[in-house]
Design a protein around this ligand. Structure first.
Ligand SMILES: Nc1nc2c(ncn2[C@@H]2O[C@H](COP(=O)(O)OP(=O)(O)O)[C@@H](O)[C@H]2O)c(=O)[nH]1
Ligand SMILES: [Mg+2]
Ligand SMILES: [Zn+2]
Length: 310
């Protein structure tokens, strides 16, 4: 037996066994040491770890144990995953119809947890350019990265590939927007199941999934999430939401009230000057439809708070 100390990312954890992807691209199944239990640390997928890898003399069988877990940069609850660097928010250009409220919520989640969001409009082969533009325009003032792609034709994929060069990437979006297709197109050999919407809901009902990262040749890893679950644990205060919109950040300084939520307050400069109507092409302010969804989210959060303390 020879032993070497390595660094890697936990990509899978089942029944106390953790699969670690090492920096050199290999994997090793590890057990956690008793130490973790004493310190109440439960290793999670996405954790960066130092581990000891033991090899039999022929180099074939590898086992190991986790020695330490580095402090987490962030931690999502459902699915449980730590240290997410980038969030791919995937929508389809037309089918299924983009759920932009979901997009906004995922953007808020990314802002809150310090994850870089990237908006990917897939299935551009199926839609008019003007339709795609009108979606993209809503997110330009916030300064988000937006990519128009087609997993089917390969269009735009070269722009997206560099994001997979390192780190932990999470994919999220409605069912059937083409998340798995995108990964398959970006990573030949990923071999993810692609299916129609009806097939998916059937399958979804009967299978339980555990969280698992797909290793990337670069040493990074991807989490293909089933969809909405990321948002289950997201609870926000109305005042906090405003701060998670890049295009609204700091704008309350121009309003009469310093805590202005830009909804019903008098003397609100955002409402007066910064709402961008469709197709004006302005890039400073907030697009009207995104603003309307913002109002809805703030009102929902306020409602939620009222019930909580009833
Ligand atoms: N026309 C077109 N269809 C696509 C594209 N990407 C995926 N699809 C189809 O959309 C359906 C759902 O794809 P899938 O990858 O399973 O979506 P997921 O649920 O988000 O993982 C499948 O029938 C795919 O063949 C694309 O770029 N263009
Ligand atoms: Mg899928
Ligand atoms: Zn205001």
């Amino acid at each position: 037996m020879s032993e070497s100390i390595k660094k890697g990312i936990i990509i899978k954890g089942v029944g106390g066994f953790y699969t670690v992807l090492s920096e050199d691209g290999g994997t090793c199944v590890c057990k956690a040491r008793g130490l973790f239990r004493k310190q109440a640390i439960t290793p999670a997928v996405g954790d960066r770890t130092e581990y000891a890898e033991q090899q039999t003399p022929d180099g074939k069988a590898k086992t190991g144990y986790l020695m330490s877990i580095l402090p987490r940069k962030n931690e999502l609850i459902r699915p449980a995953c730590a240290n997410i660097d980038r969030l791919f928010i995937v929508i389809a250009a037309s089918k299924p119809l983009p759920d932009l409220l979901l997009v906004d919520k995922l953007l808020i989640l990314a802002e809150k947890y310090g994850i870089e969001p990237i908006l990917i409009i897939n299935k551009c082969d199926e839609a008019e350019e003007t339709a795609v533009d009108s979606i993209a325009r809503q997110y330009v003032p916030a300064g988000y990265r937006i990519h128009r792609v087609s997993a089917a034709t390969g269009e735009g994929l070269d722009e997206v590939r560099p994001y997979l060069a390192s780190g932990v990437i999470c994919l999220a979006g409605q069912s059937a927007v083409g998340k798995s297709s995108l990964l398959n197109a970006l990573l030949p050999g990923a071999g993810l199941k692609v299916g129609s919407l009806s097939e998916k809901t059937e399958r979804g009902r009967h299978t339980t999934r555990h969280t698992e990262l797909i290793p990337l040749p670069s040493g990074g890893a991807v989490l293909d999430t089933p969809g909405f679950s990321l948002l289950d644990a997201l609870e926000l205060e109305p005042e906090e939401i405003r701060l998670l919109y890049p295009e609204l950040r700091g704008e309350e300084e121009n309003c009469r009230f310093s805590g202005c939520l830009h909804i019903t307050e008098p003397g609100c400069r955002v409402k007066k000057e910064l709402i961008i109507d469709k197709n004006t092409g302005k890039t400073k302010g907030i697009h009207r439809e995104r603003y309307e969804r913002y109002v809805r989210l703030v009102n929902e959060a306020a409602e939620h708070r009222r019930h909580k303390y009833d």
